[in-house]
Structure formats: C-alpha cells, structure tokens
Design a protein around this ligand. Structure first.
Ligand SMILES: [Zn+2]
Length: 68
C-alpha cells in the first residue's frame, strides 16, 4: 500500500480545503404565493410548480392543492 512520504502541512491542507465549502442554495420566489423555494421544486406552501415546455406561462399548473 502506498504511504505518503511527507506529512501534509497545515498550509497545504488548508489550501486544498478552500474549495470544500458548500454553495448556498439558490432560492427563488414561488410564482404563485411568493415563498422562497429552491428552483425546480414543488412549493411546500401552495403546491405550485412551474413546469417547463411549450407555451411557457400556459404550462404553469398547480400540482397538488392543500390535501386535507
Ligand atoms: Zn407557493
């Protein structure tokens, strides 16, 4: 098994880890109720989903209205 010849320095380790941060989630307002939701997700507040496809705005649909 290969073994590192030298100890990784704090500087080297920290420089490598500068790219490890998790990017913040891109939130967009829901087209129906205005809640901040991640793109391409059904709105947890109103169930609205803006589907892509021919017609653009005409394909907007409410997938699931409040069940209950
Ligand atoms: Zn909504």
């Amino acid at each position: 098994m290969a073994v590192p010849k030298f100890k990784t320095s704090k500087s080297k380790k920290r420089k490598r880890r500068t790219h490890d941060a998790i990017a913040p989630t891109n939130l967009v307002p829901c087209g129906n109720c205005g809640w901040s939701i991640p793109m391409h997700r059904i709105c947890p507040n109103c169930g609205h989903y803006r589907a892509r496809g021919k017609g653009g705005a005409r394909t907007r649909a409410v997938i699931a209205q409040d069940e209950g």
